[in-house]
Write a protein that binds this ligand. Structure first.
Ligand code: S3P
Length: 178
């Protein structure tokens, strides 16, 4: 990791259902940082759910909102930022996060992801006749992006609290003077 990097915040990336929001809010408590969730922020500002944004204005519109938010967040400090599962797929978004945050990817197998999300209906990209197949396919196509994280944490066998503690200690390791 380059010493020239500035790690004022922590950004969590990774596939839908890996626990970015749950882990992120626990991590924020451990680091005494504010917690911020890109999906929630977009929903608040738009006054509607992500599923409605996809249905009414389409995915490219949502991706533009995500990218604009990424740029805006470059000025922030002391934040834990949970990102939507597709945000890191855009290289410009990853570059943007890299300017101010330690990027941590939460990683799980397609089977774990499926077991966590199959009873939830709010994710437009998983409204599919074969959700597990769709997860496998999407995860495979996104793996090169997720692997660009500074730290990759497997969550199949870690609780959210264990994951948060692991990330807090990794973060303190790279920011010893903070
Ligand atoms: C998406 C993941 C969702 C949300 C949107 C698109 C994706 O966020 O941003 O439905 O492309 O993987 P979560 O990862 O929080 O489910």
């Amino acid at each position: 990791m380059s010493d020239l990097r500035s790690h004022r915040s922590v950004a969590l990336i990774g596939f839908m259902g890996v626990g970015k929001t749950t882990v992120g809010s626990l991590l924020a408590q451990l680091l005494h940082f504010d917690f911020l969730d890109t999906d929630k922020l977009i929903e608040q500002r738009q006054g509607r759910k992500i599923s409605e944004i996809f249905a009414t204005d389409g995915e490219p519109f949502f991706r533009k909102l995500e990218s604009d938010l990424c740029t805006e967040l470059e000025g922030e400090s002391n934040k834990v930022i949970a990102t939507g599962g597709g945000l890191a797929v855009n290289p410009a978004n990853l570059d943007s996060l890299r300017r101010h945050a330690l990027i941590v990817c939460l990683w799980a197998t397609p089977e774990t992801i499926y077991s966590r999300v199959h009873h939830q209906g709010h994710r437009p990209l998983l409204q599919h006749p074969d959700p597990l197949g769709r997860i496998r396919e999407l995860l495979a196509s996104r793996t090169p992006a997720y692997k660009q994280a500074d730290v990759i944490v497997g969550v199949d066998f870690r609780s959210p609290a264990e994951t948060a503690r692991y990330i807090a200690s990794s973060y303190r390791h790279v920011t010893p003077t903070k």
